[in-house]
Design a protein around this ligand. Sequence first.
Ligand code: MN
Length: 420
Amino acid sequence: MTWLDLPDDHLFGIDNLPYGVFSTEAGSTRVGVRIGEQVLDLPAAAVAAGMESGAVWQAGSLNPFLAHGAEAWRSAREWITEILTNDCYRDVVEPHLLDLAEVTMHLPIAVGDYVDFYASEHHATNVGRIFRPDSEPLTPNWKHLPIGSHGRSGTVVVSGTDIVRPSGQRKPPTADAPTFGPSGRLDIEAELGFIVGGGTELGEPVSIADTHDHLFGVVILNDWSARDLQAWEYVPLGPFLGKSFATSISPWVVTMDALRAARIPLPGQDPQPLDYLRGDDPSDVYGLDIAYEVEWNGTVVSHPSYRDMYWSPTQMLTHMTVNGATVRSGDLFGSGTISGPEKGSRGCFLELTWSGQEPVTLDDGSERTFLEDGDTVVLRATAVGPDGSRIGLGECAGTIAPARHRGRHDTTTTTVHSIH
Ligand code: MN
């Protein structure tokens, strides 16, 4: 038990200990660990408690720590657990606990490569039905490999950052020609983001068994998506500007070690994937028991569950490197929208409103199909912890800001003069 005065069922108790990057008004940006409603200033605590390698946390991102590899992550977790549970550390550690209200949270990693998978069978099937009503909803490759696309790492932002409505080309099926303007079908995708550490050499794949050396932890991820832009641009090369304008992640990185108790068998893979995706030890391929809620302007509109996901995170990482592509510390990959079989477990509004045909009514009586300016979406998630407890992933929030125009708008003859 920790010497901190914390209720047993706190979502950020001693079994969780997620890492984040924070700053105070006076101090530099550095790495901390959340415990209860406080942040432990890690570099300061390391100095105070006589831990020599704490300088790795005196950084504006988790990347230097991620580069130290899985052994270092494990010993750091043991040390943090020790100083927060053993009473003899209390006097030196306690002064370095800061209230959450006193700190500003930042993006936890300098994002390297960013890939977004598509690992929910229910989501892929629903989107297939909506986007391609005249063909099989699942493409022939879908159950043989975790499909994905490369995203834009430079536009990954931390929870709380406003999202400017993107503009672009869109062409409804009934229109003769595309037009330019703000997206009218702006959507979310509730996902789990995986943070990768420890680099590999070019040409060297990561086997299923070796994924444990590279999977550091998870964040809640919102893959904001402009469905009208996406529907027009995605054939044949996949998502592009309809998604690259912004991706939000939660500030606290819950480690794979903290998620040990949340591991569950996958719902079932049929046909069996190829050998390289199965590994030697069946326990290396797993799902995660993580419950989500999607809140739209204060109304919870959906409860997706990560339990329903078809592909294991280890299979996603292995597949991503099977061609010899490297991974680097700070790489991020998203799971794909988390959707379950029922309407109330769909992880995006495209599915929840069935492409806008079935509006959602919010608690204030207003109706929504896609996002309006000023709307706020908050994703929250908790995972199964040890002995029936739960641990928190925190929240990932974003508010929609109006589109910004540059150049000429298609629906008006007014020329907007701007300096390029
Ligand atoms: Mn996505």
